[in-house]
Design a protein around this ligand. Structure first.
Ligand code: FE
Length: 344
């Protein structure tokens, strides 16, 4: 066997000058929980500008986190792109990220939308709003998240599980605003008002409101924007029957969350990963990134004209200025609180 092996090695060495371009082609391995049509252009533009090819693994947020945990130090992943403060916090707590400090990222991404230690950065934002049945409620009935716990709404509220990251982050925001005891009273009031046991995702809650199964639901803006932009007859019907309320405009502001990314601790291509994050913060990438899922760009100077978000009144709403990192910190308390309140 040995001579053959040597021969093979010699052959390979002889061939070497012909292959290095291929062998060392710069690549970036991206684990992404996002998959929207405009993301294709987003990634192609990066490759065109940098020569770095992107290998994408797309899966659900929780699947990606599981995968990274099991791959450990052998993971080929360079960048993790996921959704929601509570998930970013979890990933950070598990030690999945490494700190990144660059002038470009710190100048462009607002401090409230990134980890102070540079482990993750928000690249787009979404708000958690109320969608209501116009035949059953008026906007004045539901001006705040607090209204969801008002006994007058008994049997009228639909919301997905309290353990889902979107609701954990909302609960984390309520804890940040008013402390744990009041936030728990709120969650208990909300649970007492449920029209049905939590089931399905945000889109299912919107459908239930239109169908009259409940009068008001808590949903992320992009789900409702999708319905407003849809040409399907059933979605036109849902849009006609429902309206949107931006909660707490007279108070702390509407709760906002992010899509975000960080460079992974064992990233084999760290430089490419940092360049990719900087690229995501560029004007063009911000437009693609935000619009792909009817979100807002994180970079404030980048303006996106999204007709659905504007029709919803999302042009200049008051957002809760709380730091996303603070929501992450409150996530474990929010989970325990949701369990105590029976928000399953
Ligand atoms: Fe979602």
């Amino acid at each position: 066997m040995r001579p053959i092996r040597l021969l093979t090695a010699a052959l390979a060495a002889a061939l070497l000058p012909a292959v290095p371009a291929l062998a060392q082609e710069p690549v970036l391995n991206l684990y992404s929980a996002r998959h929207y049509q405009t993301d294709e252009a987003l990634y192609d533009n990066f490759t065109r500008a940098t020569g770095i090819r992107i290998n994408r693994i797309e899966a659900g947020d929780d699947q990606l986190l599981e995968r990274l945990k099991s791959e450990g130090a052998n993971s080929p992943a360079d960048v993790l792109l996921i959704v929601d403060a509570s998930r970013l916090y979890n990933a950070q707590q598990q030690g999945l990220f490494q700190p990144v400090r660059t002038v470009a990222l710190e100048a462009r991404i607002p401090a409230s939308m990134r980890d102070p230690g540079g482990e993750w950065f928000g690249f787009s934002s979404r708000a958690r709003v109320l969608v209501y049945n116009k035949a059953r409620l008026k906007t004045a009935d539901i001006p705040t998240y607090e209204s969801l716990a008002d006994p007058r709404l008994k049997g009228k509220v639909c919301v997905r599980s309290g353990s889902h990251p979107y609701n954990l982050s909302l609960t984390a925001a309520m804890i940040e605003r008013q402390g744990e005891a009041k936030a728990e009273a709120w969650a208990r009031g909300l649970v007492a008002n449920l029209a049905r046991a939590p089931k399905g995702g945000d889109s299912d809650q919107i459908k239930a409101v239109a169908a009259g199964e409940c009068d008001v639901a808590v949903v992320n803006t992009y789900y409702y924007a999708r319905i407003l932009r849809s040409t399907k007859a059933e979605d036109r019907d849902i849009a006609a029957k429902t309206g949107v309320v931006w909660p707490d405009q007279g108070g702390a502001g509407t709760h906002v969350n992010i899509s975000g990314a960080g460079v992974l601790r064992h990233a084999p291509h760290r430089d490419a990963a940092v360049r990719f994050l900087e690229y995501l913060a560029s004007d063009d990438a911000q437009r693609y990134f935000a619009d792909g899922n009817n979100e807002w760009p994180a970079v404030k100077s980048v303006v996106v004209k999204n007709p659905a978000l504007e029709a919803m009144g999302g042009g200049d709403f008051k957002a809760d200025p709380v730091a996303i990192s603070a929501l992450g910190r409150n996530t474990p308390a929010a989970q325990k609180l949701a369990d105590r309140a029976g928000w399953r």
